[in-house]
Design a protein around this ligand. Structure first.
Ligand code: IMP
Length: 416
């Protein structure tokens, strides 16, 4: 496969980082194309967990290069921290990192604003407080600063002055750290990136390489958190669809596969509709077995059953060609496995939501399926077949444990 994309089909946390890591050594490039440090990818290498928020899932001592594309928003301090941590395992990694100068910066004020917006309302969204919403808001309202402004000091100081005045007029003394101090900090971060050996290049600078090399596009969050098609307003502030790869110069029709990653059950962090949410003993059991605590915030994740109407919706919205099912081991030993097959809305049952409004109105219709003891059980194969038939997509791979090598291809199942 020369080009693939990996996208989340639920509310993020489907295990995309691990899947990307499994594939990444076979690709010349791993490209992150959206979101920012709100994402949290836990990747286990030789049993050691690495949590990255911005860096694409490249192996620390592998050969693949990491490109952070222009639709992302970048917190440079966070990025440097991650590069340094990975450099300890894989010296030289920094020289394989490429930043698109077109990306927008997440400034300290954005993080302060995110926290202020969450605390000043009686209906918080439960954001990660990484400044994502405010950074994208400034981008859309044409007040943001791009990475390239770090190389044009006049542009940088004018932009910072303007933004600071605006933030202060809205939030007063709650916004701290003036433009001069922020300017200095940003220049220091720029110098640190340069001395680490990080590269600055747009997708056009790299177009010849990107066209000739193999690429894994690594999505962030999941379709149900997408700004346009997720459970708005309980969403992130960027698009989570595979189609965003257009910002790196590619279209989904140029991909060999768009893999949709789906957990064998569902989770979400933060507020918002969750039709198949389950509370009580079984959800606590799944939370503990699946280590379902936010990689970015440490919050316990809400737990629910696999939601096939939502999965069909995600497949249609994000041009998904095949599925990768993760965390199937977590359901071993759960007596009764429920799967949502339809949404009942005003007495009518549908197998796919027509709009994101349906997520707020849906009453789930369930099928109960027998559980399995291992991936070799016929009840497990039947579960997979049931999902494939209902959603109309093949499950190409199954992940059955946290280690990178705990992945089976569908046709290897008997070895599970
Ligand atoms: P924000 O992206 O920090 O603005 O948060 C908006 C919503 O998206 C909140 O409910 C977050 O918990 C959720 N969110 C953002 N990124 C992720 C992620 O990578 N995994 C799971 N939830 C996320």
């Amino acid at each position: 496969m020369k080009r693939i994309a990996i996208v989340g089909t639920q509310w993020g946390d489907e295990g995309k980082g691990k899947i990307a890591n499994y594939f990444s050594s076979h690709f010349d490039w791993v490209v992150r194309y959206s979101g920012g440090a709100n994402a949290g990818h836990t990747v286990y290498v030789d049993g050691i967990p690495y949590v990255n928020h911005l860096l694409p899932s490249v192996e620390p001592s592998g050969h693949s290069k990491a490109f952070l594309g222009s639709s992302m928003v970048l917190d440079l301090e966070q990025l440097i921290e991650e590069i340094k941590a990975m450099e300890r395992t894989g010296p030289g990694l920094a020289s394989r990192v490429y930043l698109d100068p077109e990306v927008f910066l997440v400034l300290p004020w954005h993080k302060q604003e995110d926290a202020l917006l969450e605390t000043r309302t009686d209906k918080p969204l439960g954001t990660t407080r990484r400044g994502i919403g405010p950074a994208y808001t400034d981008k859309v309202s044409r007040k943001g600063l791009k990475l390239y402004s770090l190389f044009d000091e006049q542009m940088l100081s004018e932009g910072l002055e303007r933004l600071y005045e605006e933030k202060r007029s809205r939030y007063g003394e709650d916004i701290t750290g003036g433009p001069v101090q922020t300017h200095e900090t940003l220049l220091e971060l720029r110098e640190e990136l340069i001395s680490l050996g990080v590269n600055f290049a747009t997708s056009l600078d790299l177009s010849e390489q990107l066209r000739n090399d193999s690429i894994l596009f690594e999505g962030a969050q999941g379709v149900l958190l997408d700004l346009d098609f997720g459970t708005y307003p309980y969403v992130t502030s960027s698009s989570c669809l595979a189609q965003v790869i257009a910002s790196s110069g590619f279209s989904v029709s140029e991909l060999d596969e768009v893999f949709g990653v789906v957990k064998a059950y569902a989770t979400r962090v933060g507020t918002g509709p969750f039709p198949t949410e389950e509370e009580g003993n079984v959800s606590s059991e799944i939370r503990e077995k699946g280590r379902e605590y936010g990689a970015t915030t440490g919050r316990p994740r809400r737990i629910g059953w696999l939601d096939l109407p939502a999965l069909r919706y995600a497949c249609e919205k994000s041009a998904i060609t095949s599925l990768i099912m993760t965390k199937v081991d977590v359901l071993v030993g759960i007596d009764e496995i429920k799967v949502c097959t339809g949404y009942r809305i005003n007495g009518r049952i549908s197998d796919i939501p027509a709009s994101s409004y349906d997520f707020f109105k849906a009453e789930p219709v369930y099928n109960s399926l027998p559980s399995w003891k291992s991936t070799g059980d016929t009840s497990f194969s039947r579960f997979l077949e049931f999902v494939e038939r209902t959603v109309g997509r093949r499950i190409a791979y199954i992940s059955h444990g946290p280690e990178t090598n705990q992945i089976l291809q569908r046709n290897e199942l008997s070895k599970g």
